[in-house]
Design a binder for this molecule. Structure first.
Ligand code: AMP
Length: 505
C-alpha cells in the first residue's frame, strides 16, 4: 500500500481540516495539501521524467513544504531522500551521489553549496518556493501510483556518529508499521491534534508526519524552522494538544525556561534519540507533569523498538517507578526484541547483551551496501549495536553502544551507569564518560563534565553509589560537549579530544 493514500483520503473526507501551519497560521487544508501532492507527482513524472523507484532528495530546513514534497514523491511512486540541511556541502554531496537522486529540492540559500558538491547523476536542483518550484504545481494531478508495501519510500541516512552515513531503506510497510505503533502506544492522536516540528523533519520529527496525517492531525512548523524554546511555548498556546519530538538536550532547555511558560498545552513530549537520564527525567516530570513519553529506536527500525509510556513515567506510586524511569520501556507490539550474546542466543533476564529486533518495522537493508546489510541483519534480526538488559517485568534497560563499553582491568564498565550518578550532583549540567587507553589497566574511566562541581565532590558521589573500580580516574571540565546536528554527544570525537589532550597511547 502506498502511504500517499492517507493524505489523498484525508483530502476527500476532511477537505477543510487544517493540514499544515507555519507558526500560528494555517498554510494548507487537507484538500489543498492533497491536491498539491497529486500535482507535484504529475510534474515529477511528466516534466522531470522520473520513473518508479527513482530517488528525489529534499535538503531543507523545517518548512511547510515538507508535507507536499514527501507526499508528492510517494504519490508518484518515487522514493524520498530527506537530508539534514545543517550537514556540510561535502556530506550532502555524498548522500546525493550515494542515493543516485536525480532531482533535489533545496531550501533557498543552500543551492550554491549543493551545486558545488552535486554529483553528475543529479539532473535538477529546484529551490523550494521559487517560480520553477511553483510551476510544478500547475501540472495536472495524477492518480496515486500503486505500489507494494515493499517499495522504497524513504532513504534514511543514519546520523553517522562514526564513518560515512548509511542509507537505511524504509519501505511503505516499515513507515506504516512505525506510524501505527506511534499512534497506538506512544502518543494517541485525535483529529486536529498537532505535531510541532522543532527537531529536524529530515530525521526524528519527520517520522511522525505520517501518523498525524492518518489521524487528520495538524503539522506545525515553527517560523524559526527549528527549536527556539520561547517560540515553542508561544506555539502551544495557539495549538493546544501539540506533541513534539525532542532530543534530551532540547528537553533540558525547555525545563530551564521561566516558570511562566505554561506546559499544559503539550499533549506529549516524545523524548528519544539519546539516553534519558533519571535526574533529567525527574526535572522534566516536575516541570511538565504527565506529558513525557520515551521512545527508543534507530534509523534502521525508525524510532520504534521500545517505548516508556506517559503513564509509566508519571506513576510515582509504583514500587519500581524509579527503576522504570531509568529504562527505555517495553517493546512495541509490532516488534520482537531480544537481548543476545555474541552468538545471537538470548541471554537470561537481567543479563546484558546486544539488543536485536525484528518485525514489520525493521528495514530490509541498507541502500547499495550489501556487506553492511548482511552483517547488520544476520539471522533475520537487526543488530542494533546497543547494549542492554531486560528486567523481570519486561522493561529494557539500555546501557550503551557496544563500542562505548569501557574495559578496565578486565572489568566491564558501562559509561551510562557512571553518568547517571554524576548527574545527580545538582551543579552538573551534562556529562559524558569515556575510556582512556592505559598501559596498566587497558582503559581507565574519564568523565567530561559541564558544570560547577569539584573533583572531590564528584568522587565522593561515585564512592557512595557505585563500585570503586567504576569511578573516574580523571575529570575534565569543559564548556560544552561535542554533539552532532541531532544533539547526540559524539563519544568518538571526545575520545580523539582526550587522546590529544592526554597524549595517551
Ligand atoms: P539514529 O539512528 O541516529 O536515530 O540513532 C539511534 C541510536 O540512538 C540508537 O541505536 C541508540 O544508541 C540511541 N538512542 C535512541 N533512542 C534512545 C533512547 N531512548 N535512549 C538511549 N539511547 C537512544
Amino acid at each position: 500500500m502506498n502511504l500517499a493514500l492517507w493524505l489523498s483520503r484525508a483530502g476527500l473526507s476532511h477537505p477543510d481540516g487544517p493540514a499544515v501551519a507555519f507558526g500560528t497560521g494555517v498554510t494548507a487544508t487537507y484538500a489543498q495539501a492533497a491536491l498539491r501532492a497529486a500535482r507535484l507527482a504529475g510534474a515529477l513524472r511528466a516534466r522531470c521524467g522520473l520513473g518508479i523507484g527513482d530517488r528525489v532528495a529534499i535538503v531543507a530546513k523545517n518548512m511547510p513544504a515538507y508535507l507536499e514534497l514527501l507526499y508528492g514523491i510517494w504519490h508518484a511512486g518515487l522514493a524520498a531522500v530527506p537530508a539534514n540541511a545543517k550537514l556540510h556541502g561535502a556530506e550532502l554531496g555524498y548522500i546525493l551521489d550515494h542515493s543516485g537522486a536525480r532531482v533535489c529540492f533545496v531550501s533557498k540559500g543552500l543551492e550554491s553549496e549543493i551545486a558545488a558538491h552535486a554529483p553528475k547523476t543529479l539532473e535538477r536542483l529546484i529551490v523550494i518556493g521559487s517560480a520553477e518550484y511553483e510551476a510544478l504545481f500547475a501540472n495536472d494531478a495524477i492518480d496515486i501510483v500503486s505500489c507494494s508495501g515493499e517499495a522504497l519510500a524513504w532513504l534514511f541516512y543514519t546520523s553517522g556518529t562514526t564513518g560515512r552515513p548509511k542509507g537505511a531503506m524504509l519501505t511503505h510497510r516499515v513507515l506504516a508499521a512505525a506510524s501505527y505503533a506511534y499512534a497506538m502506544e506512544a502518543d494517541p492522536i485525535g483529529p486536529g491534534d498537532a505535531i510541532l516540528h522543532a527537531a529536524p523533519m529530515s530525521h526524528g520529527s519527520g517520522l511522525y508526519i505520517m501518523a498525524h496525517v492518518a489521524r487528520l492531525g495538524l503539522q506545525v512548523v515553527p517560523e524559526s524552522g527549528g527549536f527556539e524554546p520561547d517560540e515553542i511555548f508561544d506555539l502551544i498556546e495557539q495549538w493546544p494538544r501539540a506533541s513534539m519530538f525532542a532530543a534530551p538536550t532540547m528537553i533540558k532547555r525547555l525545563v530551564e525556561c521561566p516558570a511562566d511558560c505554561r506546559p499544559e498545552n503539550f499533549r506529549t513530549l516524545i523524548w528519544g534519540g539519546a539516553p534519558m537520564y533519571v535526574e533529567d527525567a525527574l526535572a522534566a516530570l516536575d516541570r511538565f507533569g504527565p506529558r513525557i513519553a520515551q521512545i527508543y529506536g534507530q534509523g534502521e527500525s525508525p524510532m520504534t523498538i521500545t517505548t516508556l509510556s506517559k503513564e509509566d513515567i508519571a506513576d510515582r506510586d509504583h514500587p519500581r517507578w524509579r527503576e522504570r524511569l531509568g529504562s527505555a520501556g517495553r517493546p512495541y507490539a509490532c516488534v520482537e526484541v531480544k537481548v543476545a550474546d555474541s552468538q545471537d542466543a538470548p541471554v537470561a533476564t537481567g543479563e546484558m547483551g546486544e539488543i536485536l529486533c525484528r518485525g514489520d518495522v525493521v528495514m530490509p537493508g541498507y541502500w547499495r551496501n550489501e556487506e553492511a546489510s548482511a552483517a547488520t541483519l544476520r539471522g533475520g534480526w537487526l543488530h542494533t549495536g546497543d547494549v542492554g538488559a531486560f528486567d523481570a517485568e519486561g522493561y529494557l534497560h539500555l546501557k550503551d553502544r557496544s563500542k562505548d563499553l569501557i574495559i578496565s582491568g578486565g572489568s566491564n564498565i558501562y559509561p551510562r551507569e557512571v553518568e547517571e550518578v554524576l548527574l545527580t550532583h545538582g551543579q552538573v549540567r551534562e556529562v559524558s564518560v569515556i575510556g582512556r587507553p592505559d598501559r596498566e589497566w587497558g582503559e581507565v574511566v574519564v568523565a567530561y563534565v559541564v558544570g560547577d562541581a569539584s573533583r572531590t565532590e564528584l568522587d565522593t558521589l561515585c564512592l557512595s553509589n557505585i563500585a570503586r573500580f567504576k569511578r573516574p580516574k580523571d575529570y575534565v571540565f569543559v564548556d560544552a560537549l561535542p554533539k552532532n546536528n541531532y544533539g547526540k554527544i559524539l563519544k568518538t570525537e571526545l575520545r580523539v579530544m582526550d587522546k590529544n589532550k592526554a597524549g595517551s597511547p
